[in-house]
Design a protein around this ligand. Structure first.
Ligand SMILES: Nc1ncnc2c1ncn2[C@@H]1O[C@H](COP(=O)(O)OP(=O)(O)OP(=O)(O)O)[C@@H](O)[C@H]1O
Ligand SMILES: [Mg+2]
Length: 387
């Protein structure tokens, strides 16, 4: 027994010796890197105040001398990572009452199972530390732009988001799927889905109906003297924004321009009226995204992009072109950037999950039968048919 306790103690001390060794070598390497990169204030260098070993890797808490800003250190992230013999992808830095440096040793999963969120907070993936991340439709960044190459995982992400949104306080949904409804058609019969547009004309009508409702809400808010809409939210979802790109001599140019103009107005005014946008694009181009919508959409989900230009259009900086070629791998940008692996949900599973929900057309018909055609929601009669 004593032998086994002795052996346990020996192992324990060895582990702490190794970890204190890695602590010293890591903090020493960090300090030497700061020295050679001139990250100091006069003679004063940063100090590593503490190091914690976690199941995902190591966290260093760093104190900075007065006069040395955290942004100056963070700008040198790549050089510091290389000095610490860590791939820059596996190092994260942020400032929160001191500089926090995470060195992540855990591999990111390549498949994350779908799970439900909490009301307007939808589950969008796990980060490098294995922590779950949510996007809040009731949060400070309510419009969402989703970009990335074909096969990146945009439609699967939309499916994960919609399958969560239709439960709980389901917003009124307007879905535009110009791929003939193959991606979003499965939601069309749900009570909360007010329209599914599969042609540009239907898409324009849907956008116009949403804008009309936004303006109606503004009038209600104005007469109530309220600053924001307390009722049900409304979300306009578009699976491919690049379809709005116009070419020379495009016969549909006017229609496309009209849609872009309406979406721009919604992106600028919608938030206070609880009218939100979720826009996807495979080919982010300045023509469609820049200025028009991006200025008012602060949150982005960016899967791998073809090049740095596309990455900059979605995220305002490079990075997405260097993501590994793994479907569902993305950079989520809200207040700051984070790499996530998105949850996977197949169309079949989504269909099965939502099959429990009330169907719109049948219920509406039954209701109209019962109460005549009196309707309280001005949008109920505006369903844009699939055929
Ligand atoms: N989160 C994920 N986890 C694992 N695999 C995924 C994930 N997302 C997508 N995939 C895989 O990648 C395929 C393509 O995904 P998806 O249809 O969402 O791409 P997309 O970005 O919408 O492409 P496109 O621009 O061509 O429409 C899926 O059929 C699936 O096999
Ligand atoms: Mg798609």
């Amino acid at each position: 027994m004593f032998a086994s306790i002795g052996f346990g103690l020996l192992c324990g001390s060895l582990v702490s010796l190794i970890s204190s060794f890695s602590y010293f070598s890591l903090s020493n390497s960090f300090i030497s890197a700061c020295k050679s990169l001139n990250l100091s204030s006069g003679d004063a260098l940063p100090i590593v105040n503490a190091t914690f070993e976690n199941q995902w890797g190591t966290r260093m808490l760093v104190g900075l001398p007065v006069g040395l800003s955290s942004t100056k250190v963070m700008d040198q992230q790549r050089a510091i990572a290389e000095a610490l013999r860590v791939t820059p992808d596996n190092m994260e830095m942020r400032y929160d009452d001191g500089l926090i440096i995470d060195i992540i040793k855990k591999e990111m999963p390549i498949k994350v199972p779908y799970r439900e969120g909490f009301g307007y907070k939808v589950f969008i993936g796990v980060n490098k530390r294995g922590e779950e991340r949510f996007y809040d439709f009731d949060g400070p960044f309510p419009h969402l732009l989703i970009g990335g190459i074909s096969g990146g995982g945009k439609s699967v992400m939309l499916r994960a988001i919609l399958t969560q949104l239709v439960f709980g306080p389901a917003p009124d949904l307007f879905l535009c799927d110009l791929k003939g409804g193959v991606e979003l058609g499965l939601y069309r019969e749900l009570e909360c889905v007010k329209g599914l547009a599969i042609t540009l004309q239907q898409c324009r009508d849907a956008a116009a109906a949403v804008e009309e409702e936004m303006n109606r809400r503004y009038s209600v808010m104005f007469s109530n003297g309220s600053q924001s809409w307390e009722g049900r939210k409304m979300v306009f979802v578009m699976d491919e924004l690049a379809d709005l790109k116009t070419r020379a001599g495009d016969p549909e140019a006017k229609l496309k321009q009209e849609i872009k103009t309406i979406l721009t107005r919604i992106s600028a005014k919608g938030r206070a009226a609880g009218v939100l946008l979720v826009l996807c694009t495979q080919r982010p181009s300045a023509d469609v995204v820049d200025g028009l919508i991006k200025t008012n959409i602060a949150a982005s989900i960016c899967f791998r992009t073809r090049d740095d230009t596309q990455s900059r259009i979605v995220l305002d900086h490079n990075g997405a072109a260097e993501l590994p070629d793994i479907p569902g791998r993305l950079i989520f940008q809200s207040a700051r950037d984070e790499t996530l692996q998105a949850p996977f949900i197949s169309a079949g599973d989504a269909k099965q999950i939502i099959s429990k929900l009330p169907k719109r057309i049948l219920e509406l018909e039954a209701e109209q039968h019962e109460h005549g055609s009196s309707q309280t929601d001005p949008l109920d009669g505006n369903f844009i048919e699939l055929r």
